[in-house]
Design a protein around this ligand. Sequence first.
Ligand SMILES: O=C(O)CCC(=O)C(=O)O
Ligand SMILES: [Fe+2]
Length: 397
Amino acid sequence: MAAPFNPPAADLPGKPFVEKWVPPPTSKLDIDWAKLRTIELSRLDSPDPKVVQQLVDTCREAIRVDGFIFLTDYGVSYDQLNRQFSIAQYLHRNMSEEDKERLHWNPDETGTFAGWKPRFGWRRDKGAPDGIEHFNYYQPQFESMDRVPTCMHPFWDEIVDFCNYLTYSVNKRLLKLLSKVLELDDDFLWDRVQSKQGPVGQGYFRQALYYPADDDLSKRAGGTRMNGHCDYGTTTMLFSVPISSLQIWGRDEKWRYVPYTPGALVINIGETLELVSGGHFRATRHRVVDPPEDQRNDERLSLVLFQASEGDLRMEPAYESPLLKREGCIDSQGAYREFKRLRDKGIPVPTNRQWREIQIADSHHPTDAAPNDTIVMINGSKHIQREYLGVKILLPA
Ligand SMILES: O=C(O)CCC(=O)C(=O)O
Ligand SMILES: [Fe+2]
């Protein structure tokens, strides 16, 4: 049985008082929510092989059809999770202006989101207001406290333990389950694909705050807070939040809000796993939009741990997978199909690091002044076409 999360105490001497985060009310509107399957991760430890097989079967369906899963019973309690939300709320209320300047991010040049994102777009230089602020903790932040906001120092033990637990317990178990879906050794994805240095590997932990959109922002961004995209890593661990803003692109080509499931993790399959699985796992497009009408004036706090793949690898399908041998690859979508096109022409595919860094350095957002995107219409719906390192990507706009 996997050990549950056992964080350092919140009331150790020297820790300032932290106001409790109060989850805002959920939407009361009648919404056509995305229907996601739920994986109770603790069942992976069951001594009954039938229980494990059932879990593998549910997981197979979920990642082939939806690419998103609700993960429950993964070892972090509702109260422990709320403590992390309270710490994130504390950051957004207490980070000093000096720290915001000192730890200001530089995605254009570093190809990472490390540091403080002010609410003015996604470049180093100030752009149009977008009402989104975050602090992003990468490996360098975990290696040097100088890179961590001063107001987070007293809670650093809790943040480090939380990220370590999510990576080395939750994500490791999840990758074991996903390896089982591919009928490979339990440790295949963990040993051969996952990046594992420190609490977040080459991925990162984000404490984000979305301020409600004012009229000016709504007009400029048309209700979209983050354009449709796929994540590039192994798994993205999003904590389910009461303010509904995250939408996923369904097989029926419709955007739907992800409903709130208190305490659950919303797991999103990244492109690396789509590539390794030969297209059997879907890196599903998703976006962030204004919440339903009755939540329009609420702030949205969001915690995310983006799990990364090892940067130096060039991803190939795991041809040794009995599932792939039996059923072949599925090249109906996204990164898998495009990487295959390169391989077929004898052109090397990008490394995982190249692939993620170019997308970060060149990301496009709803508030960009002059988006130089190529828009194409597919079945009557608008898509953005981009090309990075010879790989074309098409995303619903
Ligand atoms: O904040 C969220 O719910 C999702 C953010 C997201 O999709 C991303 O940053 O890749
Ligand atoms: Fe995302």
